[in-house]
Design a protein around this ligand. Structure first.
Ligand SMILES: [Zn+2]
Length: 458
């Protein structure tokens, strides 16, 4: 049975709307409301997107709004999809609205840093909402990553106690119940407000589904006539740019400043994260119009194409480049090794392919960079070693998630991606990465003769 569905407020998150549905319909428990909203309580519920709706609720919603409109105007879609290729953008919109696909499969959703762990709110907006609507709600703009201020009231956003992540425990927590009267803090500097407004406007501008100018091309032109690019456009110094950007945002006091390698990867066209693009573009003084509605002439794009081969910060000499890149590669390799590069957290093998991909380095450059190669050799491991390390990681993660419940092979196989047929080469390596109790537990799960776990090893 579906209850009473209120109208959605301006800039309200769909999640917030569902929270109010729960309250207004008078459900006795959160669980019962979720059962009426979602196809399955455990099937990708989401605070940032729609989640997987059940057919009855889907119909109720479709009678009120177009699903695309909800996704574009009431979910965090514009944050994640803003700068991806048009074809992927269209596909993502379609799959979120029609297949209720898990957003993690559609674009990169990076782990959150500390400042963005909880849903945020503006105390002044909350009291205005209460005056106008009789209740407050979770505003979407406030949840943009790195958004720390309310641009309307020029005050600091407050952090609630509600996790912004959807994965672990998903409950409907209405802002009206959670948001208390908080002290309004106006200790915001004008540059911080300017940057927040810039992000917000980019976030809110209707999405462009046709113009496929790559974001790194646009940023490239933003670098023209700056000290970061030679007058011919053949050489650019992204290391200097990245250092300056970091210094700049440290002064503004941003909670997650783009790292040197995120900046390099974005400029080399390997990534297009909203926050990183906004930071680079704002720093370079690229107008919102030029960023979102670029009209780069064909001549310019061809010139850029021509420079592509020699594009990456070709410095005076390899030695200097090697020197500069070594600490960056160290960080990238460390992140790959310990699983900080992806949002699953799975430790990966530091392969040359991943290094080129994540460091934004052109292929085969490492041949000329002895210092970088030495850094990488520290992280060298065989496939078997990596599998063993992944198993230990997966076992500990599942064990922590399941608390006192038993751990099965299928749990750890799923997240580790390790196959049983390799058990004989993995088992002897396990004790390099874990204590005896853990190793024994993993062995008992992976050993081929263990009949209780004979399932689906594909
Ligand atoms: Zn406000």
């Amino acid at each position: 049975m579906t209850g009473f569905m209120p109208v959605i407020y301006p800039d309200e998150l769909v999640y917030s709307w569902f929270c109010r549905y729960y309250v207004h319909s008078g459900y006795p428990t959160n669980r019962m409301a979720l059962e009426d909203i979602l196809y399955n309580r455990h099937n990708n519920p989401s605070k940032e997107f729609l989640g997987h709706l059940n057919p009855e609720m889907e119909q109720v919603i479709k009678n009120m709004y177009q699903i695309d409109e909800l996704i574009l105007e009431h979910t965090m879609f514009p944050q994640y999809a803003r700068f991806i290729e048009c074809a992927n953008k269209k596909d993502a919109l379609y799959r979120l609205g029609n297949d209720f696909c898990d957003a993690h499969h559609l674009f990169s959703i990076l782990p959150r840093n500390e400042g963005d762990q909880y849903l945020k709110y503006c105390p002044v907006c909350a009291s205005e909402d209460r005056k106008q609507y009789g209740e407050t709600y979770w505003h979407r703009n406030h949840q943009i990553r790195n958004m720390n201020v309310c641009t309307r009231h020029e005050c600091r956003l407050a952090k609630s106690t509600i996790l912004a992540k959807s994965e672990q425990s998903f409950t409907l927590d209405p802002a009206e119940t959670v948001v208390q009267d908080a002290m309004v803090k106006y200790d915001v500097n004008s540059l911080e407000i300017e940057f927040a407004s810039y992000m917000e406007e980019i976030f809110e501008t209707p999405m462009n589904f046709e113009n496929d100018t790559a974001i790194n091309d646009i940023l490239y032109y933003g670098m023209e006539r700056t000290k970061y690019m030679s007058s011919t456009g053949r050489t650019r110094n992204t290391k200097m740019l990245a250092d300056d950007i970091q210094k700049y945002y440290r002064e503004i006091g941003l909670n997650e400043i783009a790292s040197v390698y995120q900046i390099q990867r974005t400029l080399s066209g390997n990534r297009s994260d909203f926050s990183v693009v906004c930071q680079i573009a704002f720093y370079l003084g690229i107008s919102i119009d030029n960023l979102l509605h670029p009209s780069l002439s064909e001549e310019l794009i061809l010139k850029r194409e021509g420079n592509r081969g020699s594009k990456e910060e070709t410095p005076e000499g390899w030695n200097q480049y090697d020197e500069e890149m070594a600490p960056i590669l160290e960080k990238v390799a460390h992140d790959i090794y310990y699983g900080n590069i992806n949002d699953t957290g799975r430790p990966e093998r530091v392969s040359e392919r991943l290094i080129y991909k994540y460091a934004g380095l052109a292929n085969h450059r490492l041949d000329n960079m002895p210092k970088c190669c030495r850094v990488l050799s520290k992280y060298k491991e065989s496939y078997a070693q990596n599998w063993a390390r992944r198993l230990v990681w997966a076992y500990k993660k599942v064990k922590a998630d399941k608390v006192d419940k038993p751990v099965f092979w299928c749990d750890i196989r799923k997240i580790s991606g390790v196959k049983k047929k390799n058990a004989d080469i993995i088992i002897p390596l396990l004790d390099q990465y874990a204590d005896k109790i853990t190793t024994d537990a993993i062995k008992s799960l992976i050993e081929p003769e263990n009949d209780t776990n004979l399932e689906e090893d594909n």
